[in-house]
Ligand binder design. Structure first.
Ligand code: NAI
Length: 390
């Protein structure tokens, strides 16, 4: 019987990861510094399994066996048994480093230690360990049991074989792992930035209302308009991620946060959770404006071009392979288009022309053409199938 998976932190992400691992047949050890959090997590998981029974997705027997595979542990001493430890505690570098020091000491030397961090450096977390070569990032998306993407992030000192082992294990769990270089925002949080920032920019310029921009993007197949999505994520969280990216990339103008969104945060208009964001809530119906086709095209072109430029930049700087970037944006953010494959299909001239026009008009570096986009134009055929260089 294979060694169990330990999950540390039984909040939103930890309980989801415990659930999906148990459903995949793993024995799971679940730990939280607050013992009642892990007990509540197990109750919630059992409730979810009951729903699966009612929907005919799982038998009563299999659901019971799945629940029984999750064991709550109250001490790190139990980690000796684990073959893989996944950390999903609070997003704070010092606290995570303290924990990894303990994990390093309490687990056996060949145990893989994974962090679910969404924004911290895996390399920095691993530096707390005597054996950083076994530390890796596994960035699951919320809700973990349903979202197939997992960004797999080797730190600078991670052993290459560990990457392969973790990818294989995640595939056995029916996940879609994509290997990513240890850089701020990894793939999804980086490539998605223009979806938010360029939408706010269009609104600030008075080119369209939030309702019109949302309607245009939804009509283009994006599951949620950018403003509805920011309200859903929480403007405080979304603003903080953008601000972190801006600082982490030393003031890169493409990631500059917006004063419009900062004002919303200052006013407590955080989105759904506070009852008001860009929109007031509850709001049962999605906005239904039917924008003029020319405006709609302008909105979709502007946001999509910025997304393609960002994706090309991530490819150029070796954050991940081109197909990995597309796959991540489709399975992690449910984008309706493969951003980089579009370049193979339709060429890049149109994107380059638009960006040059905007850079000239606004005089801002934010619109500069990524060297990646120019290079894709020169080697359209094989860039898509190249192996990533992490
Ligand atoms: P959460 O606040 O729901 O859960 C964190 C849990 O960790 C709490 O139950 C807390 O009691 C426990 N905890 C705190 N310090 C601990 C320690 N030293 N030892 C053991 N348990 C400890 O947080 P959430 O949302 O589940 O996030 C966890 C991690 O996953 C963070 O790093 C976050 O950035 C990342 N993440 C979160 C996503 C989300 O949508 N919530 C998506 C992807 C990653």
């Amino acid at each position: 019987m294979s060694r169990p998976v330990a999950v540390i932190g039984a909040g939103t992400m930890g309980s989801g990861i415990a659930q999906l691992a148990a459903l995949a047949g793993e024995r799971v050890l679940l730990y939280d510094v607050e013992p009642n959090r892990s007990a509540t997590a197990l109750e919630n998981i059992k409730g979810f399994l009951d729903k699966m029974i009612k929907k005919g997705q799982i038998s009563v027997h299999a659901a019971k066996a799945t629940g029984n595979r999750i064991q709550l542990i109250s001490s790190m001493a139990a980690l000796q048994e684990a073959g893989l430890v996944i950390e999903a505690i609070v997003e704070n570098l010092e606290i995570k480093k303290e924990l990894f020091q303990i994990l390093d000491a309490q687990s056996s030397p060949e145990t893989i230690l994974a962090t679910n961090t969404s924004s911290l450096s895996v390399t920095a977390i691993a530096a707390a360990c005597k054996h950083p070569e076994r530390v890796i990032g596994t960035h699951f998306f919320n809700p973990a049991p349903l979202m197939s993407l997992v960004e797999v992030i080797p730190g600078l000192r991670t052993r290459p074989a560990t990457v392969g082992t973790v990818i294989h294990r995640l595939q056995q769990w029916k996940k879609s792992p994509v290997a990513v270089k240890d850089t701020p925002g990894f793939i999804v949080n980086r490539v998605a930035r223009p979806y938010y920032s360029e939408s706010i920019r269009l609104f600030e310029e008075g080119i369209a209302t939030v309702e019109t921009i949302d309607a245009a993007m939804q009509a283009a197949g994006f599951p949620l308009g950018p403003f509805l999505l920011m309200d859903y994520i929480g403007n405080d969280i979304n603003y903080a991620v953008t601000e972190n990216m801006f600082n982490a990339y030393y003031g890169e103008p493409r990631y500059r946060p917006s004063i419009t969104q900062l004002r919303l945060v200052e006013a407590g208009r955080l989105g759904r959770k506070s009852g008001h964001g860009f929109y007031p809530y509850p709001q049962d119906d999605l906005p239904q404006p039917d924008p003029d086709p020319a405006i709609r095209k302008r909105i979709v072109d502007r946001i999509t071009t910025m997304l393609v430029n960002e994706a090309a930049d991530a490819w150029y700087f070796g954050i991940a392979g081109a197909s990995g970037i597309d796959e991540a944006m489709q399975s992690g953010a449910r984008y309706p288009i493969r951003l980089l494959y579009q370049c193979v299909k339709n060429g890049v001239d149109h994107f380059i022309r638009q960006l040059e026009e905007w850079q000239h008009f606004y005089g801002e570096d934010r619109y500069r053409v990524s060297p990646g986009l120019r290079m894709i134009g020169e080697k359209l055929e094989n860039f898509y199938t190249e192996k990533p260089r992490l």
